[in-house]
Design a protein around this ligand. Structure first.
Ligand code: 4AD
Ligand code: MG
Length: 438
């Protein structure tokens, strides 16, 4: 243990204890969030990994050197502070610290992010911007979303698997593949782990993975990243309705957990936790055809057969309070692997889950083609080469079963849950068309 930190307590411990630390001397280590002066009285807001606490420094009650150090300490300097816990109803967390001793570990240079810094400046300095209160809360909520997903899958007997990131053929169309040189051959970064999950259901039946996915999408929208996180699941013996039910249960569970564990954080972010806590199954289910009619009625120009973009999905979902499924799209709008509807093969048995309040698509999924000849026909229709999908076709040669799956865009879900304008705020170091640094 670092010398000087033997008696360290974290801010949360002080704020959580019913005064059992009151009157005790404690050591705190953290960063100077803010400093204010009122003549002979100085205040520091000290931030550590668990919260923020106010420290007060009386000129008459500390050695001169200590007072001088507090006077010169700058915003975001790292410090070790010793002091006595005092309850104070006016203090933000109900307690504050009367400083006794103070050590500056790393004196910070002038903080380069002014209060009125624009988005570009903030994201150029994202490695520093992440220290902000709002950013910290979003990262906590994000971590809980990942916890909740794993909890739900575990509780429902799904097995976590680990597909590769380096792949050899497209899942969601060649246009958005990131290409790389692989020892003189071509390889790509994965767009989706779906095909690998389809291989693994043959032994494990219900599998999931939580992986980054990559798409070189030239979309400058508030909901597109070029590197994003997807939770994907695949199950043998499930049809579209079965997998849709899985999706609504998973999304509801995540919402319950976040609302319960982050009430205050959500409020600070401007999201009413009850909006999220009230998300429970069943979600409405409408057809693509119905979705197009609804969007038309709202005055947008769109026809049957057109794809829904961000604007159309926003219109469709602006008045909703919980997610909704849009099922059964025309096959030309979707990738080749979706199962054609037996009664009308121009439609596929897919389903997108649309988040409410205008956020739009968070999940894409559905039932897969499990017949070999149909799959080969669809691959050719999409002008792809069956040879590139040999192993995927093999899955239909050796004990094929009806099966379904989905991919949940985790960053998009976090954006909705935290009520954020832009997806870049959901992830520590966003990758977009115009950003790969820091
Ligand atoms: O709808 P998508 O393209 O579906 C698939 O990739 C399937 N193969 C998944 C599967 O069935 N296993 O992508 C799934 C989800 C979308 O609904 C969206 O939430 C998210 O991934 N997504 C993105 N998120 C952020 N930035 C992007 N560029 C995204 N593209 C897709
Ligand atoms: Mg989709």
């Amino acid at each position: 243990m670092l010398s000087g930190l033997k008696d360290r307590v974290q801010v949360k411990t002080i704020l959580n204890t019913e005064s059992h630390l009151e009157g005790k001397e404690v050591t705190l280590a953290g960063w100077v969030y803010n400093r204010r002066a009122h003549g002979n009285l100085l205040f520091i807001d000290l931030r550590d990994g668990t919260g923020i606490i106010q420290i007060s420094i009386h000129k008459d009650k500390v050695p001169q050197k200590v007072f001088k150090d507090v006077e010169r300490v700058t915003r975001e300097s790292s410090v070790i502070a010793k002091g006595v816990v005092r309850s104070d109803r006016r203090a933000p967390g109900g307690y504050e610290i009367d400083l006794k001793d103070f050590h500056i570990e790393g004196l910070a240079e002038e903080w380069p992010l002014p209060i009125d810094a624009g988005v570009d400046v903030l994201f150029d300095k994202r490695h520093l911007h992440l220290r902000g209160e709002k950013q910290t809360l979003i990262m906590r909520v994000r971590a809980t979303v990942f916890d909740a997903m794993r909890e739900w899958f575990k509780q429902n007997s799904w097995t976590e698997v680990h597909p590769p990131i380096i792949i050899s053929a497209s899942v969601e169309g060649g246009a958005t593949l990131f290409k790389m040189d692989y020892f003189g051959e071509v390889a790509y970064l994965t767009q989706s782990s779906q095909f690998y999950l389809e291989a693994m259901i043959q032994s494990l039946e219900k599998v999931y993975c939580i992986n980054p996915s990559f798409r070189s999408e030239k979309s400058k929208t508030p909901r597109h990243l070029t590197e994003f996180w997807m939770a994907e699941a695949e199950a043998a013996w499930m049809d579209l309705e079965d997998i849709t039910r899985v999706e609504e249960q998973l999304v509801s569970y995540i919402c319950q957990v976040v609302a319960e564990r982050h009430r205050k954080d959500l409020e600070t972010l401007g999201r009413n936790p009850d909006d999220i806590g009230s998300v429970k199954p069943p979600f409405d289910r409408i057809s693509y055809r119905e979705a197009i009619e609804r969007i038309k009625k709202k005055g947008m120009k769109i026809d049957y057969g057109d794809d829904m973009g961000a604007d159309e999905e926003s219109k469709l979902t602006e008045d909703l309070h919980k997610p909704m499924f849009v099922l059964e799209y025309p096959k030309d709008l979707k990738a080749f692997y979706h199962l054609p509807k037996p009664s009308d093969p121009s439609i596929v048995m897919c389903g997108d889950c649309e988040a409410p309040e205008g956020y739009g698509e968070i999940i894409g999924g559905g039932q897969r083609i499990h017949d070999k000849d149909t799959l080969i026909k669809r691959i050719k229709e999409d002008k792809l080469k069956p040879a590139d999908y040999e192993w995927y076709i093999d899955l239909r040669r050796y004990g094929t079963v009806p099966h379904s799956g989905f991919g949940l865009g985790v960053d998009r879900l976090v954006r909705w849950v935290c009520k954020l304008d832009h997806i870049r705020a959901t992830i520590p170091f966003p990758r977009t068309m115009t950003r790969r640094v820091p």
